[in-house]
Design a protein around this ligand. Structure first.
Ligand code: A3P
Length: 341
């Protein structure tokens, strides 16, 4: 590079004429500086493209996806930041739209989220590692930011509410629910997809959700998770109703903005997430996120195609869930109007 520059000086063009008067040493220094600056610029542009490409995949939690660059970002420490215990938890419900909720909230500059599900309060081994271990799993945040963690298994884990209260009795909890039969089918689709990845097959839906005598198989976990009233009772016996925001996951699929607006309000945040931060992606069939640098959709494990289910089976399941749903509406003082047959 330096040799090339020195040769160029020998050609007495208008530019090189000026350079001619520079000493050989200065010219050499100039060439080196130009080289370093160009190198840094190219490296910066390539790095930014790498970040943007990598963040197109939002998922990274343990049971589904590999770690991505969002997780790496959580490990970068800016001055005046530290890892803090969460002040807000997304406690469930599994397949309710918990990932979409977390990623949508993450648009807000006052939110720092843990990309991974930590499963601290539902896993004995992890819980026994203590709160300091849990804190170390959190992203770096500024003092005025809210750290959010989500692990949908918290909602159905006995003892999780007490453990959470012991950490922070004024914690804010987010629960996102979907119509119970849709959630059950979504859960089954995920279990089927996970089995298929391991070249295993899952039994047909109706064989799992009904017993031989035709009654609903409440021993099947996916069936039980949709019986929301059973679980919400244990949360309400430990937390005040106004500490829990219950978000309508079906509405959030159709139009995320109002649900996110309510959530900002619940968390005492200024409204900074606008309609312009969401766009509908026809190919995906869901809303995706738009911010300054990049457009992102959730990955292919979110928004799967569900298997076709016989309408009679759906109707039978809706009838089964109806009393649990009504009890749930009464307990949370919020009517979701889910179909009863
Ligand atoms: P399906 O894959 O069955 O459609 P969770 O993140 O709690 O596992 O929930 C997954 C569900 O989130 C998906 O279930 C999907 O319906 C729902 N969801 C809500 N908003 C979404 C979005 N913007 N993109 C993809 N999935 C979304």
């Amino acid at each position: 590079m330096a040799v090339y520059c020195i040769r160029a000086v020998n050609k007495q063009s208008a530019i090189t004429g000026t350079l001619w008067y520079l000493s050989k040493g200065r010219l050499y220094a100039l060439c080196v500086t130009v080289f370093i600056v160009s190198f840094c610029l190219v490296a910066h542009v390539l790095y930014m493209r790498y970040l943007n490409d990598s963040t197109l995949c939002l998922e990274s939690y343990h049971d589904d996806e590999p770690i991505n660059v969002d997780t790496l970002r959580e490990k970068i420490k800016l001055p005046q930041t530290k890892r803090r215990l969460p002040q807000c938890l997304i406690i469930g419900v599994r397949k309710g739209g918990t990932r979409a909720l977390l990623e949508f909230l993450n648009i807000h500059s006052m939110i720092q989220r843990s990309t991974d599900e930590i499963h601290f309060f539902d896993n004995e081994r992890k819980y026994n590692m203590g709160l300091e271990w849990y804190r170390q799993q959190m992203p770096y945040s500024f003092a005025d930011q809210i750290t959010v963690e989500k692990s949908p298994a918290y909602f159905i884990t006995e003892g999780a509410p007490e453990r959470i209260r012991a950490m922070n009795e004024s914690i804010r909890l987010l629960l996102i629910v979907r119509e119970p039969v849709t959630r059950l089918i979504s859960d089954y689709s995920q279990l089927a997809a996970n089995k298929a990845k391991k070249d295993k097959f899952i039994r047909p839906f109706q064989d799992l959700v009904f017993r031989e005598d035709g009654t609903v198989n409440t021993d099947y976990r996916a069936v039980r998770v949709s019986m929301y009233s059973l679980y919400i009772k244990m949360w309400l016996s430990v937390f005040q109703r106004d500490q829990i925001l219950i978000i309508n996951g079906d509405r959030m699929i159709r139009d995320p903005y109002p649900e996110i607006y309510k959530t900002e309000q619940f968390l005492g945040l200024e409204h900074r997430i606008g309609r312009e931060n969401f766009f509908y992606n026809k190919t995906k069939g869901f809303y995706c996120v738009r911010n300054y640098t990049v457009d992102k959709c959730l990955n292919e494990s979110k928004g799967r195609k569900h298997p076709p289910i016989d309408p009679e089976i759906i109707s039978k399941l809706r009838q089964f869930y109806a009393p649990f749903n009504r009890e749930f509406y009464n307990l949370v003082r919020q009517d979701f109007g889910w179909p009863e047959d």
